[in-house]
Ligand binder design. Structure first.
Ligand SMILES: [Zn+2]
Length: 567
């Protein structure tokens, strides 16, 4: 059996199967069900959005042996012949190769005769804008008063080139490019049905490259399947489409955020070595900043499978910085042609990203540390007095206090400078360190739920369990950052990863501690003589969930309380 390309195999056969174009489908189904069909339709829209498909479904609707319907049966010989492209009363004409007046005359002469097998003769003229002026003119009369049994469906990618006299005789339906998400869903559906293994992140790449055309998306998918030896894998699709690896882009942003010039240049070299197009890399970098800007403007906006990562970056940069970075990438993209060579142009753009920061007017009202949105405008936290202005008094201080009678602010300042702590380097040291931070409220929660993933220079990456990702809000992150900077006396960059917990956070340790205390008190409770008697003599049952450890006084004997139940 010969291989049938996906675009043909999966051509929609009913209005319901059509992806997108709801407004056009609604207009046509309404016209069909009410029997008020126009005699000539002009379908406009870019290539591969479903113009021909729509025309064929319309032809079936008109000629289905079950009657004129918006839901053709697909089984009668008319439906099947149209699907197979061999229905004698559907005349498909490609205007690109039949531009002349003679072709048109022949067609129009033929239109006078009744349909051979069907109810209507349907003329589908594709790329109609390619017709010559004479051909258009010869069409006019027939278009104005076509025989009852004739319907025209004209399709074009370029309605501007169609004479007004023709336009005014047609009902124009504009087909829109398909959204990426809709294309992605359709691809996934088809791959599932074809039982072809695929990586989900590969599909948005194909959808983006198809630029709104489902037919192009399916051709690319065919290509990807062949390229991947029967599977659709993300790396293969990236290679096939020349899409730059996302990790590579993340590396660039990481280096920018860490103010790391050498790393940035290393990335530029690596790109040149990998053979990727520099223009494509700048496009994707710009698109990354675009997504950050969206997250900043509309928190919670859908942002793809790396949404958390984008949100983390968005929290580390000010909206002005993101805008500027986007602008620099776009400008750098158009400057590539003027650069001595592409690699130089690319490297210069990266360096420009590093060198320029938006001019900001410092606000007096906000404490400098809390305003620290990334690497701009925030002066490094250094002096103890400054540290005092951002550190917050802890509700349960675990740092020994020695400035007994000093006013609170002065004491805080003394402590901040005296109790400066080194930044932990391992995940194990992190919870104890967090416990010593002066944090309250949600920022304290954020600290407690966080796990230390990595420390690279001044850049800290913290992991937050997905169940607590709401804590990784910029406002709380800024407070945590300010406290970290005050405690360590270093200017830091904070990034968050949302994901699986490895139970090394302060909160996880406290949770384990509470569970252990509860288990101990349950054992102690069961062993109390009074409880044993109750159980033995009165057949009492203990409800362990009601046992609560009682906070112990200095010398008080261990005791627990609960409700007992006797049957
Ligand atoms: Zn039928």
């Amino acid at each position: 059996m010969s291989y049938q390309v996906l675009a043909r195999k999966w051509r929609p056969r009913t209005f319901g199967e059509l992806v997108g174009q709801e407004h056009v489908v609604t207009a046509l189904t309404n016209a069909l069900t009410r029997g008020r069909l126009h005699h000539a339709y002009l379908l406009t829209g870019t290539r591969g959005v479903g113009k021909t498909t729509l025309a064929r479904i319309l032809a079936k609707s008109l000629n289905c042996e079950k009657g004129v319907t918006a839901a053709p049966c697909g089984e009668c010989s008319a439906c099947r012949d149209i699907d197979a492209g061999r229905f004698v009363d559907l005349l498909e004409l490609d205007a690109a190769s039949n531009t002349g007046i003679d072709n048109m005359r022949e067609i129009l002469d033929n239109a006078r005769y009744a349909p051979t097998v069907g109810r209507y003769k349907v003329y589908l003229i594709d790329e109609v804008h390619m017709l010559s002026k004479g051909a258009f003119n010869s069409m006019l009369k027939t278009l104005e008063e076509p025989p009852e049994h004739v319907k025209f469906v004209l399709a074009t990618t370029d309605p501007q080139k169609i004479p007004v006299t023709v336009l005014s005789r047609c009902l124009q339906l504009n087909l829109t490019p398909l959204p990426r998400a809709a294309i992605g869903e359709r691809l996934a559906h088809i791959l599932d049905a074809e039982t072809i293994v695929f990586d989900a992140p590969a599909l948005p790449l194909v959808a983006a490259a198809a630029k709104g055309s489902l037919r192009d998306a399916l051709s690319l998918l065919d290509q990807a399947i062949a390229y991947g030896g029967g599977e659709v894998r993300e790396p293969a699709v990236r290679a096939m489409l020349g899409v730059v690896d996302r990790d590579y882009l993340y590396g660039i942003v990481d280096a920018l955020l860490a103010d790391d010039g050498p790393a940035l240049l290393a990335h530029a070299d690596a790109l040149a070595a990998s053979g990727h197009a520099h223009g494509a890399a700048l496009d994707e970098l710009a698109s990354l900043f675009h997504r950050m800007a969206i997250v900043q403007a509309v928190p919670g906006a859908p942002a793809g499978d790396d949404a958390e990562r984008i949100a983390g970056y968005a929290a580390l940069m000010s909206p002005e910085s993101v805008q500027l970075a986007y602008q620099i990438c776009v400008q750098g993209r158009s400057d590539l042609a003027l650069a001595p060579d592409e690699a130089t142009g690319f490297a210069m753009t990266l360096l420009r990203l590093l060198a320029f920061e938006p001019a900001t007017v410092p606000t007096e009202a906000e404490p400098a540390g809390a305003a620290g949105a990334g690497r701009e405008a925030t002066p490094p936290v250094e002096g103890p007095s400054h540290a005092a202005s951002v550190a917050r008094p802890s509700p349960s201080p675990s740092i020994p206090r020695d400035g007994k009678d000093a006013p609170p602010d002065a004491r805080l300042a003394v402590e901040s400078s005296d109790t400066r702590l080194a930044l932990p380097e391992t995940a194990g040291e992190w919870p104890a360190f967090v416990a010593k931070l002066r944090l309250i409220g949600m920022a304290a929660q954020l600290g407690a739920q966080s796990e230390l993933k990595s420390v690279r220079g001044n850049a800290l990456t913290l992991a937050i369990p997905a169940s607590h990702k709401h804590l990784a809000d910029k406002a709380y992150a800024d407070k945590l950052k300010a406290a970290l900077e005050a405690t360590t006396g270093r200017k830091l960059l904070l990034a968050f990863e949302i994901g699986d917990s490895s139970d090394t956070s302060l909160a996880a340790i406290e949770r384990r501690e509470r569970a252990r205390a509860k288990a101990e008190s349950e054992v102690a409770f069961r062993n109390e003589p009074f409880v044993r008697d109750l159980v033995a003599k009165f057949d009492a049952t203990i409800r362990p969930e009601t046992i609560e450890p009682v906070t112990r006084g200095a010398e008080a004997p261990p005791s627990t309380r609960t409700r007992q139940e006797t049957p």
